[in-house]
Design a protein around this ligand. Structure first.
Ligand SMILES: NC(=O)C1=CN([C@@H]2O[C@H](COP(=O)(O)OP(=O)(O)OC[C@H]3O[C@@H](n4cnc5c(N)ncnc54)[C@H](OP(=O)(O)O)[C@@H]3O)[C@@H](O)[C@H]2O)C=CC1
Ligand SMILES: O=CCS(=O)(=O)O
Length: 252
């Protein structure tokens, strides 16, 4: 019987590419996201390769998470891999100029959504002693940059939560990985800059960013390691991206 993967945020970017990648190898899919019409289109396309169960789900809605998991049809209830991908960055303003509503949205989605999704699926993941959780962190969770403030903070949480979860799950057979991608061209920057396509495009100008498929291939590889192998953390950047030096406020 094929394995089942549960993907949050499958309507775009990494999540959508993961859905296609796992479908190509015949995994059954549970795909989720807020935009139902995109889920419908993807379901129609991927149903030719595998079984698909689509759930319109906002990960900020804790009741909805619980219900989605409780109401999984029998054929999809045996989850092998959870990809905690749903997330977003909003803005790059310095902390004192930030819209705190946007801060709350990032915290509610990237932190609370991820932990509640994980908690709801842990019983299913533990059932077969071989489950896998792949959390999508970010280089921003390790490396600070101006305007990264709360977004970076949420991804630092994902990193530490992933490590702690590994400790809690020791002996259960469930693996946990935190992937930390650098610049990848998806809808990420369009969302971050409130639909300003030109500003989003400028982020990737003159360089070759990662693609959603690069990340999907990586996630697929991680989920398909032998059961005794756990990739703890994996940072992945475009070749044309590296770290900046320290900034110093020199008084003349
Ligand atoms: N692109 C990049 O450079 C990098 C991205 N990341 C991380 O990768 C993940 C995926 O981003 P990426 O694919 O690039 O961006 P996209 O904007 O293309 O995709 C984001 C996905 O998250 C979903 N999502 C956002 N908010 C919610 C919510 N409240 N409930 C459910 N789903 C939600 C969106 O679905 P919908 O709107 O339909 O709900 C969408 O499917 C994020 O966690 C992001 O932080 C990490 C490092 C680099
Ligand atoms: O998480 C996304 C990568 S970055 O824009 O923060 O560098």
């Amino acid at each position: 019987m094929p394995n089942t993967v549960f993907i949050t945020g499958a309507t775009s970017g990494f999540g959508e590419a993961c859905a296609r990648r796992f479908a190509r190898d015949g995994w059954n899919l549970v795909i989720t996201g807020r935009r139902q019409e995109r889920l419908d289109t993807l379901t129609e396309e991927l149903q030719q390769h595998c079984k698909v169960h689509a759930i319109t789900l906002d990960v900020r809605d804790q009741e909805a998470i619980r219900a989605a998991v409780k109401e999984l049809p029998e054929a999809f209830s045996d989850i092998h891999t959870l990809i905690n991908n749903a997330g977003l960055a909003l803005g790059t303003e310095p902390a004192d100029q930030c819209d705190t509503e946007q801060w709350m949205t990032m915290i509610d989605t990237n932190i609370k959504g991820l932990v509640m999704m994980t908690h709801a699926l842990l019983p299913a993941l533990k059932k077969n002693n071989s489950g896998s959780i792949v959390n999508i962190g970010s280089v921003a969770g390790t490396w600070p940059y101006p305007g990264g403030n709360v977004y970076g903070g949420t991804k630092a949480f994902v990193k530490q939560f992933s490590l702690s979860l590994r400790c809690d799950l020791l002996g259960s057979g469930v693996r946990v990985t935190n992937i930390e991608p650098g610049l990848a061209e998806t809808e990420f920057s369009v969302v971050r800059f409130k639909g300003d396509q030109a500003k989003a495009d400028s982020v990737y100008e003159g360089m070759q960013p990662l693609t959603a498929n690069d990340i999907a291939d990586t996630v697929f590889w991680i989920a398909n390691r032998p059961a005794h192998v756990n990739i703890n953390n994996l940072e992945i950047m475009p070749t044309q991206q590296a770290w900046a030096g320290f900034a110093v406020d020199r008084k003349k």
